[in-house]
Design a protein around this ligand. Structure first.
Ligand code: C5P
Length: 222
């Protein structure tokens, strides 16, 4: 059994930061599943495939030439790490992610990330659908304003041009789509450790998650 820890939540809840720090601390593999949907959205826009064309998008997903190399995301060898971070790419990702055929096509791809010594996976449905047997499931939330503030800071730091009010509106629209979709909607898995990070620092969240990881791993070896 390869141990898996899932960290789900809406955009800006801190899941990506916490998941990558945790993976680094544990020396485990890391899956940023959102990047996969973002790359697919980008590939679809570039190839002129409509974002509601379920069959064509599933075909594109199965043949997606995406690679994760260190901190970089490559699409057919091109570094797309920065382009996929824009809110436009996120909106395209959320549209293709609502299609069951697309999710199905990306399922095996995501599960293959589960390799020794362990995996930390972040997304929307890591605990509910992709890794239902995870040793520990975490669900992070934060107020929409705080999440928009974090995303604003992150995007500015990457040199992207952003407007706070537009970002807040886009985040709320995307969350609503992710929560209300019929397949793999954004929700906490049964038994997940739920944490509101609105007023917590990264170190505080990481500390609480690490404590839960220790307990979960101890349970797994008993
Ligand atoms: O996590 P991130 O903001 O990069 O995800 C972008 C979009 O991809 C989300 O808004 C969501 O629609 C979709 N997604 C998903 N399932 C995942 C990860 C991301 O539907 N496991």
């Amino acid at each position: 059994m390869i141990p898996v820890i899932t960290i789900d939540g809406p955009s800006g809840s801190g899941k990506g930061t916490i998941a990558s720090l945790l993976a680094e601390r544990l020396g485990w593999h890391f899956l940023d599943s959102g990047a996969l949907y973002r790359v697919l959205g980008l590939a679809a826009v570039r190839q002129g495939v409509g974002l509601d064309r379920a069959a064509s998008l599933a075909e594109l997903a199965r043949a997606l030439a995406v690679e994760f190399v260190d901190d970089r995301v490559l699409l057919a060898g091109e570094d797309v790490s920065l382009v996929i971070r824009s809110e436009q790419a996120a909106a395209a990702a959320s549209q293709v992610a609502a299609l069951p055929t697309v999710r199905e096509a990306l399922l095996g791809w995501q599960r293959r990330f589960s390799r020794p010594p362990g995996l930390v996976a972040d997304g929307r449905d890591m605990g509910t659908v992709v890794f239902p047997d995870a040793a520990l499931k975490v669900f992070l939330t934060a107020s929409a304003e705080e999440r928009a503030r974090r995303r604003y800071k992150q995007l500015k730091e990457k040199g992207l041009d952003v407007n706070f009010d537009n970002l807040l509106a886009e985040i709320e629209e995307r969350d609503e789509r992710d929560r209300s979709r019929a397949v793999a909607p954004l929700r906490a898995a049964d038994g997940a450790l739920e944490m509101d990070t609105t007023t917590l620092s990264i170190a505080e969240v990481l500390g609480r998650v690490e404590a839960a990881v220790c307990k979960a791993l101890a349970r797994a070896v008993v």
